[in-house]
Design a protein around this ligand. Structure first.
Ligand code: COA
Ligand code: AMP
Length: 631
C-alpha cells in the first residue's frame, strides 16, 4: 500500500519528476520540457513552455473519451425550486458557442473579462468560455457592492463584463444590473460591452450600445475551438482581501492549475471520474473556482452548482437532501454552514430522513474548524470530517487529509498534514524555524507548488512585499500556528488585519477606509470579534471630528449603511460605536488585538507600549453598550 509518507517523500526526493508524472493526466497540445521554471529572485513558474487549454481539459476531452452523456453540472436551486442537469456534450456545445460569440465581439487571448453572476451554470460556462479562447476571467462575488466591483474593473481593465440580471438571496432579489451600472459609472476604465444573462425572476433593462443579451448575442455565431496557450498564460485573476481597501489580484497560471487540481481530486477528495462531487460555496470565492468549476470538471466528475443556504432553503435538511438526491460522494463546505445547521437542528433529526450511504467524507475549509462543530458533524453524520487549510493564493490544499492515498488518524483541531509540494515551516519573528509545539508564523519554503499564485496582477512589488520579503526564501501565509511532534499542523490566527466572517475573507482595513470617509468621522478602527455562528463579526469604533454633536446613533447607522453600500452585504458590518479616543501604542499603532480580547472577554496583558491605559476602560464601556463580551 502507498502511504502518505511515501508520496510526500517521493515529492521531496524529486519534485520535478513528481509533478511531471502528475502532468501526464493532462492533455497537452505541446508537452512541457520540465516542471519548474526558476525565474530568479524567488519568482517561479510551472510547465511554462508547455501548451495547453483549460476548457479542452475540463470539457471537450471528456466528450472525446466517451463521457459526453455524463452529467457535468447539476444546478440545484432550492430558492427557485428547480433542478437542471447539463451533460458534458451539452456543456461543450454551450461553451463553444458562448466563446464564439465573445470572439465575434472582439475578445481575444489575454483580454480580461469580468464575470458578475450568481450560482447558475452560466457562471461556469462563462469562465470556461473565457478559457477556451485564452481570455482571462475575473469573477466578482455577487455579495459585493458597486464600489468593490468598480475597484476590480479598474484593476483588471476588462474588455467585457458578463453579468446576470439578478441574484437570489432567501426572500430578496439582488438587483445586479443597477450595481453593474453603478460600478461602470464609478470606474475610470469602461468595458467595450456587457453581456447580460436575463433570469426570469428579473429582466433588466439593457443599456443601448453597451449591453447585449446573453442569448441574442450567441445567435448564429461560429462556435470557437479551444486555443492552446502557454503554460504560464493566466487562466484567471481572483481578487482577495489584503490589509487595505485595494484588493489583491491573485493570478492563476493555466498549466499548474490544471495539474494540481486534477491531482487533488483523487488524492485529497478521494473521488473517481464519473462520481458526484459537491462544494457548497460560491463561484465568487476560490473554493468555487477550484472546486465548483475547475477541479471536478478537469477530473471528469459531476459538479453541483447549489443556489441555496444551509438553513432556511427550506430547512436545515437541505444539504442532506442534495447529497442523497444526487449521490454525492465527497462534500466540501465551510464550518460556519455546519454551525448554522447545528443551531437549527442540534440533534441532526433531518439527517435521518435521507440516505447518505453514498457519502464518503466531508471536507471543511475557509476558516478555523472548531472542535465542537467537527465533533457534532461526525456524530450526526457518522462520516469522517476532514478539516483542510488553504487560501485564495494557493488555490488548493496546503495541509489536509490525503484521503485518496491514506486516511491518517484525524486530530480534531488540526487540518492534518502538508500536501506534497508544500514544505510548511513555523518561523519566529527573525525567520528561524521553531521547534514542534511552539507557535509562530506559518511559512512555506519556496517554490510553492503548481497551481499557486506566481504573482499579483500588475503588482509584482506588492506581491513581494505581501508574501516574500518578510521571510526571505519563504512564502508568508499570514496565518500563525504550530506543528506537533507527529507533523500535524494547527492554524491558530491571522497575523494581519484580515478577518473571516462566515467563511468569507474580509479586510478590516477596507472597512476602516469606508468609515474614514464619513464626514463626521475623524478616526476609526474595525476589529473582528468572536461570533458563535460566523466565526468572526466586524465591529467599528469611530471618533468624531471636533464640534460634531449629532446623535451618535444617527452617525453609527450611517456608518453601517456606508459599509453595506460600498463593500456590500457580505461584509456583515452591523455594529459601530462612538468613542472619544482609540487605544494606541506610543508610536501611534492602534491596539486592535487588545480591543478584540476585551470584546471576547479574554484575559490580556497590558501592552507595554500603550500610550494611555485609561482608554481601555472607555473601550470596555463602549463594548458593553453593544453587548460585549457575550458571556
Ligand atoms: N449576493 C448578494 N448578497 C449576498 C450573497 C450573494 N451572493 N451572499 C451573501 N449575501 C448577503 C446575505 O444575504 C446577507 O445579507 P443581509 O445582511 O441582508 O442578511 C449578508 O450578505 C451576509 O451574508 P452571510 O454572512 O452569508 O450571512 P447569512 O446570515 O445570510 O448566512 C450562513 C449565514 C452561515 C448560513 C452563510 O454565511 C453560509 O452559508 N455560509 C457558508 C460560507 C461559505 O460557503 N463560504 C465560502 C468559503 S468555503
Ligand atoms: P481565503 O483566501 O478566503 O480562502 O481565506 C484564507 C484564510 O482563511 C487562511 O489564510 C486562513 O486564515 C483561513 N482558513 C482557511 N481554511 C482554514 C482552516 N482549515 N483552518 C483555519 N483557518 C483557515
Amino acid at each position: 500500500m502507498t502511504t502518505y509518507a511515501d508520496v510526500y517523500k517521493s515529492w521531496q526526493d524529486d519534485p520535478d519528476a513528481f509533478w511531471m508524472k502528475a502532468a501526464e493526466a493532462i492533455d497537452w497540445d505541446e508537452k512541457p520540457s520540465k516542471a519548474l521554471f526558476d525565474l530568479g529572485d524567488h519568482m517561479y513558474e510551472w510547465f511554462a513552455d508547455g501548451r495547453v487549454n483549460t476548457c479542452w481539459n475540463a470539457v471537450d476531452r471528456h466528450v472525446e473519451q466517451g463521457r459526453g452523456s455524463q452529467v457535468a453540472i447539476i444546478h440545484d436551486s432550492p430558492i427557485t425550486g428547480t433542478v437542471r442537469k447539463i451533460t458534458y456534450a451539452e456543456l461543450r456545445n454551450r461553451v463553444a458557442t458562448l466563446a464564439g460569440a465573445l470572439r465575434a465581439k472582439g475578445v481575444e487571448k489575454g483580454d480580461r473579462v469580468i464575470i458578475y453572476m450568481p450560482m447558475v451554470p452560466e457562471a461556469l460556462e462563462a469562465m470556461l468560455a473565457c478559457g477556451r479562447i485564452g481570455a482571462i476571467h475575473s469573477v466578482v462575488f455577487g455579495g459585493f457592492a458597486a464600489h468593490e466591483l468598480a475597484v476590480r474593473i479598474d484593476d483588471a481593465q476588462p474588455k467585457a463584463i458578463i453579468a446576470a440580471s439578478c441574484g437570489l438571496e432567501p426572500g430578496r432579489v439582488v438587483h445586479y444590473k443597477p450595481l453593474l451600472d453603478g460600478a461602470i459609472e464609478q470606474s475610470s476604465h469602461k468595458p467595450e460591452f456587457c453581456v447580460i444573462f436575463q433570469r426570469e425572476q428579473e429582466v433588466a433593462r439593457l443599456n443601448e450600445g453597451r449591453d447585449v443579451d446573453w442569448h441574442a448575442f450567441q445567435y448564429g455565431v461560429e462556435p470557437a475551438e479551444c486555443v492552446p496557450v502557454e503554460g504560464n498564460h493566466p487562466c484567471y485573476i481572483l481578487y482577495t482581501s489584503g490589509t487595505t481597501g485595494q484588493p489583491k489580484g491573485v493570478v492563476r497560471h493555466t498549466a499548474g492549475h490544471l495539474v494540481a487540481l486534477n491531482w487533488s481530486m483523487k488524492n485529497i477528495y478521494n473521488v473517481d471520474p464519473g462520481e458526484v462531487f459537491w462544494a457548497a460555496s460560491d463561484v465568487g470565492w476560490v473554493v468555487g473556482h477550484s472546486y465548483i468549476c475547475y477541479a471536478p470538471l478537469i477530473h471528469g466528475n459531476t459538479t453541483i452548482v447549489f443556489e441555496g443556504k444551509p438553513v432556511g432553503t427550506p430547512d436545515a435538511g437541505t444539504f442532506w437532501r442534495v447529497i442523497a438526491e444526487h449521490d454525492v460522494k465527497s462534500f466540501f463546505t465551510a464550518p460556519t454552514a455546519f454551525r448554522a445547521v447545528k443551531r437549527d437542528d442540534p440533534k441532526g433529526e433531518f439527517v435521518r430522513k435521507y440516505d447518505l450511504s453514498g457519502l464518503r467524507a466531508v471536507y471543511l475549509a475557509g476558516e478555523r474548524a472548531d472542535p465542537d462543530t467537527i465533533n457534532w458533524a461526525a456524530d450526526v453524520l457518522g462520516k469522517p470530517i476532514y478539516d483542510h487549510w488553504w487560501q485564495t493564493e494557493t488555490g488548493w490544499t496546503i495541509a489536509g487529509m490525503p484521503a485518496g492515498i491514506e486516511a491518517l488518524p484525524v486530530k480534531v483541531g488540526s487540518p492534518t498534514v502538508p500536501m506534497p509540494g508544500y514544505d510548511v515551516q513555523i518561523l519566529d519573528e527573525a525567520g528561524h524555524p521553531m521547534p514542534p509545539g511552539e507557535l509562530g508564523a506559518i511559512a512555506v519554503k519556496l517554490p510553492l507548488p503548481p497551481g499557486t499564485l506566481p504573482t499579483l496582477w500588475n503588482a509584482e512589488t506588492r506581491f513581494r512585499k505581501s508574501y516574500l520579503d518578510h521571510f526571505p526564501g519563504y512564502y508568508e501565509t499570514g496565518d500563525a500556528g504550530m506543528i506537533d511532534e507527529d507533523g500535524y499542523l494547527y492554524i491558530m490566527a491571522r497575523t494581519d488585519d484580515v478577518i473571516n466572517v462566515a467563511g468569507h475573507r474580509l479586510s478590516t482595513g477596507a472597512m476602516e477606509e469606508v468609515l474614514a470617509n464619513h464626514p463626521d468621522v475623524a478616526e476609526c478602527a474595525v476589529i473582528g470579534v468572536s461570533d458563535t455562528l460566523k466565526g468572526q463579526s466586524p465591529v467599528g469604533f469611530v471618533c468624531l471630528t471636533n464640534g460634531v454633536n449629532r446623535p451618535h446613533e444617527e452617525i453609527t447607522s450611517e456608518c453601517v449603511a456606508m459599509v453595506r453600500d460600498q463593500i456590500g452585504p457580505v461584509a456583515a458590518f452591523k455594529q459601530a460605536v462612538v468613542v472619544d479616543r482609540l487605544p494606541k501604542t506610543r508610536s501611534g499603532k492602534i491596539l486592535r488585538a487588545t480591543m478584540v480580547k476585551i470584546a471576547d472577554g479574554d484575559a490580556f496583558k497590558m501592552p507595554a507600549t500603550i500610550d494611555d491605559p485609561a482608554i481601555l476602560d472607555e473601550i470596555t464601556e463602549a463594548l458593553k453598550t453593544l453587548g460585549y463580551p457575550k458571556s
